[in-house]
Ligand binder design. Structure first.
Ligand code: FES
Length: 321
């Protein structure tokens, strides 16, 4: 196993459950049995996977359980290799290295009600939220769609634990003919209600569209897969002006802003480099960004961009850095 130097936690795989061919559920513990650092619902771990690099996985378990973390991983045959490595190479007893839990998708406490919408393996952070909301006595509804039960996780556990009136399971079939009607579900924008959505881009785009009339700060998205089915590199060369450091840097065709800044010695924080984790979120002051992430809200996109994937349709973009 290749040692990755930037980790904070050493975790031992204590359980692996296979759900059909597509999904594995893992439990991770401290190798010496100590309590693990706390997390809040919606948090993820950056796992450092040998041969595959750093990958983000949402914590799916109950935040009140302190002696194990739970994650679920769908096998993505044509992905970047992280899920294949977990499915094919990881065994009970193996050690993995991880960041501390980080949360960009936390539950806002100020709402009277919560609508949770999950697609496929996107159930993971929302399952964690059901524990937290249930304990706090907050009303919520969980709308979970997947192609079929083999492409869904925790279905039996959700059926057994979540009150029936709060759980809606939709299996769309291979043609996706039984899709949820988000227009009807989200027609009424309610000021006291928050929406949390995690799933594939088609589902998140449908929810984004159906919530355009909602207060944008009440609508939250988390991507579970890299946003870049699109190539993240620039389609044409442009210039990045760094307003605070008074520098101008050229981004070449095929390059990302992040790569160009690094090439010129500018230090930029990053993690997933796939438009998912927000670590590289940067405010822009001028220019026309092309947003390629799946996680920023409409409001956030008015002022910020994720420079590991997003580009620019103008000749110049000015960043607040
Ligand atoms: S590094 Fe993760 S979103 Fe840019």
């Amino acid at each position: 196993m290749t040692f990755k130097p930037f980790h904070h936690l050493t975790l031992r795989v204590s359980s692996i459950k296979r759900l059909g061919n597509a999904i594995v559920c893992l439990e991770l513990e401290d190798p010496d049995g100590w309590e693990l650092p706390p997390f809040t619902a919606g948090a993820h771990l950056d796992l450092h996977l040998p041969e595959a690099g750093v990958r983000q996985y949402s914590l799916s378990g109950d935040p009140a359980v302190r002696n194990r973390y739970e994650i679920a991983v769908r096998r993505i045959g044509d992905g970047r290799g992280g899920s294949r490595w977990i499915h094919d190479r990881l065994s009970v007893g193996d050690v993995v290295y991880s960041s501390l839990p980080r949360n960009h998708f936390s539950l806002g406490p100020a709402y009277a009600e919560y609508i949770l919408i999950a697609g496929g393996i996107g159930i993971t952070p929302l399952r964690s939220m059901t524990f937290e909301l249930g304990r706090a006595g907050k009303p919520y509804s969980l709308w979970y769609c997947a192609r079929d039960e083999a492409h869904a996780a925790y279905v039996d556990e959700l059926r057994a634990r979540v009150p029936r009136e709060r759980l809606s399971l939709t299996f769309t079939g291979p043609e996706q003919s039984a899709r949820l009607d988000f227009g009807a579900l989200l027609r009424e924008a309610r000021a006291d209600t928050a929406v949390y959505c995690c799933g594939p881009s088609t589902l998140m785009n449908a929810v984004r569209e159906a919530t355009r009339h909602w207060p944008q700060e009440a609508v939250h998205f988390e991507a579970f897969a890299p946003a870049c089915a699109v190539e993240p590199g620039a389609e044409h060369a442009f210039e990045v002006e760094l307003a605070r450091s008074h520098r101008t840097i050229s981004v070449q065709e095929g390059q990302t802003i992040l790569q160009a800044l690094r090439e010129h010695g500018v230090e930029v924080e990053s993690s997933c480099e796939a438009g998912v984790c927000r670590a590289c979120k940067t405010d822009y002051l001028d220019g026309l960004p092309v947003h390629r992430d799946l996680v920023l809200s409409v409001d956030e996109r008015r002022t910020s961009m994720l420079i590991c994937v997003s580009g620019c349709s103008s000749k110049r973009i000015v960043l607040d850095r």
